[in-house]
Design a protein around this ligand. Structure first.
Ligand SMILES: [Ca+2]
Length: 338
């Protein structure tokens, strides 16, 4: 009984109100039969050599809520947890991808953040990607789920794992103080922020990073888009060039990611996918993370940006740079060629 209520609780948690419109490639399947899916997965796992194709066909073509229902049915029939069974049956990047799919988008983001800070050292690249690319709403949810899952506050973990201005920027973002977009365009404020960004950076010796952080972590995205336009009337360098000139290392990467996402978040993900796949030995971690975390959010739009920017479709690029069952799973999440 405890299991049922926990399961229902999770189902309701995954529905937030008033969020941004979604452009998923993975949507609920019609005529859904979780018991049948669970039985097919059970057979696939028990098959000698494992029938990966069936597992991929089912789990990459069901919504997150449906995957949860399948997991529930599976546990009822097989008397074992589906995650554990998948871990035993699969390996390598396919295993990581499938286990990622068994989490909600928010749980997945929270777990990726946790993993990026676990143990000695920090995976700054992952930390920057998630903290700087997620919307205020997404970050609010991630913080809540992070605390739920790990019994710790996200900001405390971030503070413990980073330092200096880089830490200050990430913490300011994690505090989720960003204004909601307003219907009224405040031209005075746009001008004032543009001038402040210029005076705090390109205009002076050194950089007043605190001013950059406060503007970039507190203003709404549509406001900032106009600020960066206005910024060009003060500075000979645009905002991204100014970041390159003024700051270095993880701080530079973070500000750069932020501005890229303010301008066009789906293009940022498209470019990151392209880079990760072109890099030697395809950075599977990055590819998996973006495909799993965006397939029920905006992967359809990422596909459009990908094709526009790189002249090749995401589908063709995945087909070219990855292989085996992992490739089949990625192509299925991608959802089609463009
Ligand atoms: Ca300067």
């Amino acid at each position: 009984m405890a299991m049922v209520s926990e399961f229902l609780g999770q189902l309701t948690l995954s529905h937030g109100g008033g969020e941004e419109p979604k452009f998923p490639t993975v949507v609920p399947v019609r005529d859904f039969d979780p018991a049948k899916d669970a039985a097919r997965i059970d057979t696939a796992i028990k098959t000698k050599g494992v029938d990966e194709q069936t597992i991929i066909d089912i789990l990459t073509r069901r919504s997150c809520d449906q995957r949860r229902e399948i997991a529930f049915e599976y546990e009822r029939v097989a008397k074992k947890d589906l995650n554990t069974a998948l871990k035993g049956a699969l390996s390598g990047p396919l295993e990581a991808l499938m286990l990622g799919l068994m989490k909600s988008t928010t749980q997945y983001d929270a777990s990726e953040l946790k993993a990026s800070m676990k143990g000695l050292g920090t995976d700054e690249e992952t930390l920057i990607e998630i903290v700087c690319s997620r919307s205020n709403e997404e970050l609010l949810e991630i913080k809540r789920v992070y605390k739920d899952l790990f019994k710790k506050e996200l900001d405390k973990d971030v503070a413990g794992d980073t330092s200096g201005d880089f830490a200050k920027l990430l913490l300011a973002l994690v505090q989720t103080k960003r204004d909601e977009p307003s219907n009224v365009i405040d031209y005075e404020k746009i001008d004032e922020d543009a001038r402040s960004l210029y005076e705090a950076g390109v205009k002076r010796k050194g950089t007043d990073v605190a001013t950059w952080i406060s503007i970039m972590s507190q203003r709404s995205v549509p406001h900032l888009q106009k600020v960066f336009e206005r910024y060009k009337s003060y500075s000979p360098y645009d905002m991204k060039e100014s970041i390159r000139k003024e700051v270095k290392g993880d701080l530079e990467k973070s500000f750069f990611t932020l501005v890229e996402c303010f301008e066009n978040r789906q293009l940022y993900f498209a470019n990151r996918l392209s880079e990760a796949m072109k890099s030697k030995g395809a950075k599977e971690k990055v590819v998996t993370r973006i495909m799993v975390s965006r397939c029920e959010v905006d992967l359809m739009k990422i596909r459009t940006e990908f094709k526009r920017q790189h002249r090749r479709s995401l589908y063709q690029t995945i087909a070219e740079h990855t292989k085996g069952d992992y490739q089949k799973a990625l192509l299925s999440l991608c959802g089609g060629d463009d």
